[in-house]
Write a protein that binds this ligand. Structure first.
Ligand code: PHE
Length: 369
C-alpha cells in the first residue's frame, strides 16, 4: 500500500465518487439476482466482492487518501460492501434452498413401493429333508448322533463285521485316505456311527445319524459318489424284529403318507437277520404287477421299490462295541437321503441334487418341509 497522497484529484479518486460506488452496488446486486445456480452465484461473488472487483479495487485506494477523505471513503465503501454482502447472503440462501428442494424432489423415494427382494440362495432340499427325518425321530424320543466323514477302517468295517476280504472294502467302492498306514477311509455308510454311539453312550441307545457318505461310484441319474444317509440304531432290552417293523412303518408314513412297507430278506454283515425295506410303489400301487397293459417305470412293474437296508443288530457288532448280547438286543436301518427325496418329491435325476441350481432347490424346499 502506498503512503498518503497529498496531491490527489477528488474527482478521479473512485472511493470518493458516491455515484460510482452506488453503481458498483447496483451492478453487484443485479448480477446476484441474475445468478440462478450456486456455481453462477460463486462467479458473481468473485466478480463483485473479490480483491479485483470494482469495490475491492476502490477499497485498496482508501489507504492512499489524506485522513478526512479516508474516513469518508471508508464509510462509503464500508456501507456499500455491507449492502452487497447482504444481497449476496440473501441470494445465496434463496438459491441453496431452491437447489436443495430440486435435489430432494429428484431423489425422492416412494417408501410405499413394494420391496424388490433380491434372491440370494436357498436351503438345499437334502438339508431340509435330513431335518425333517430328524424331527420324526426326535418326536419319538430318539437322539441325533453324528460321526466324522474321515473314519477309521476299524469303525467303518471291522467293528461292523465286514472282514478284510469283504468286497465292500476293495478299492472299487471305498475311497482310502493317504497315508495307508493311517487306516482312514471316507466313510462308505453311516453305520460306523452305530459303533461310536454304543461306545460313547450309556444303554439303552436310540439314535438317528444323518450324514454324508462317499463311494467310488459312477455319476449318473441314480448314483452320485458323495451322497447322504440316515442311520437308525436302537439297542435296549427285549428288542425284536417287530419293533423294527413298527418303527419303519411309522417312519414311512411320516415321509410318504399312507404307504405299505415290506421287509425282504437280504444280507448285511452287521445285522442278522437282515432285510431290504421296500415301499409299495407310489405310482402304480402294485397295479402294474402281472399286468402288461399297465407297465410302471418307477417300480419296473414289480409293485415295490427298495428304500434301504435294515435288520437285527448282529451280536458280533454288540460285542465289538462292548455290549453284552445276552442282555441287550437291537435293530438298525439305513437309507439314502437322495433316494428318499426322489421318492418323496418326484425328483427324477440325482445330478440335479449336486449341481446347485437354485431353481431346483427352490422348487423342492417348500415340499421338503
Ligand atoms: N449300511 C448299509 C448300507 O449302506 C445300510 C444298513 C444300515 C443296513 C443298517 C442294515 C442296517 O447299505
Amino acid at each position: 500500500m502506498s503512503g498518503p497522497n497529498k496531491s490527489y484529484d477528488p474527482v478521479e479518486v473512485t472511493p470518493l465518487n458516491a455515484e460510482e460506488i452506488d453503481r458498483f452496488v447496483t451492478e453487484a446486486i443485479a448480477a446476484f439476482a441474475a445468478a440462478t445456480t450456486v456455481a453462477e452465484l460463486k462467479e458473481a461473488r468473485i466478480a463483485h466482492t473479490g480483491d479485483r472487483s470494482p469495490l475491492g479495487l476502490a477499497n485498496r485506494e482508501i489507504g492512499a487518501l489524506p485522513p478526512q477523505a479516508r474516513k469518508d471513503a471508508g464509510k462509503r465503501i464500508g456501507q456499500a460492501r455491507g449492502r452487497v454482502n447482504q444481497a449476496l447472503a440473501a441470494r445465496d440462501a434463496e438459491i441453496s434452498a431452491a437447489e436443495l428442494e430440486a435435489t430432494l424432489r429428484a431423489e425422492r423415494v416412494d417408501v410405499t413401493l413394494p420391496v424388490a427382494t433380491a434372491p440370494v440362495g436357498a436351503r438345499h432340499p437334502i438339508s431340509g429333508l435330513m431335518d425333517l427325518v430328524s424331527d420324526v425321530f426326535v418326536a419319538m424320543g430318539w437322539e441325533i448322533e453324528e460321526g466324522p466323514e474321515a473314519e477309521s477302517e476299524w469303525t467303518n468295517f471291522d467293528a461292523l463285521n465286514l472282514n478284510v476280504d469283504h468286497p465292500a472294502r476293495t478299492m472299487q467302492d471305498t475311497l482310502f485316505l493317504d497315508p495307508p498306514s493311517d487306516h482312514l477311509v471316507l466313510r462308505t455308510h453311516t453305520s460306523p456311527v452305530q459303533i461310536r454311539s454304543l461306545l460313547n453312550r450309556d444303554l439303552p441307545v436310540y439314535v438317528l445319524c444323518p450324514g454324508k457318505v462317499y463311494r467310488a461310484d459312477e455319476f449318473d441319474a441314480t448314483h452320485v459318489p458323495v451322497f447322504h444317509q440316515f442311520e437308525g440304531l436302537c439297542v435296549d432290552k427285549g428288542i425284536t424284529l417287530g419293533h423294527l417293523k413298527g418303527t419303519l412303518d411309522h417312519f414311512a408314513r411320516a415321509m410318504f403318507g399312507d404307504v405299505k412297507t415290506r421287509l425282504r430278506p437280504s444280507y448285511f454283515p452287521f445285522t442278522e437277520p437282515s432285510a431290504e425295506v421296500d415301499l409299495e410303489c407310489f405310482v402304480c400301487h402294485g397295479e402294474s404287477v402281472n399286468n402288461p397293459d399297465r407297465p410302471c417305470r418307477t417300480c419296473s412293474s414289480e409293485g415295490w421299490i427298495e428304500w434301504g437296508g435294515c435288520g437285527v443288530v448282529n451280536p458280533r457288532v454288540l460285542i465289538a462295541a462292548g455290549v453284552d448280547p445276552e442282555v441287550y438286543s437291537g435293530f438298525a436301518f439305513g437309507m439314502g437321503v437322495e433316494r428318499t427325496l426322489m421318492f418323496r418329491n418326484s425328483a427324477a435325476d440325482m445330478r440335479d441334487m449336486v449341481e446347485g441350481d437354485l431353481r431346483f432347490s427352490r422348487s423342492l424346499i417348500g415340499q421338503a418341509r
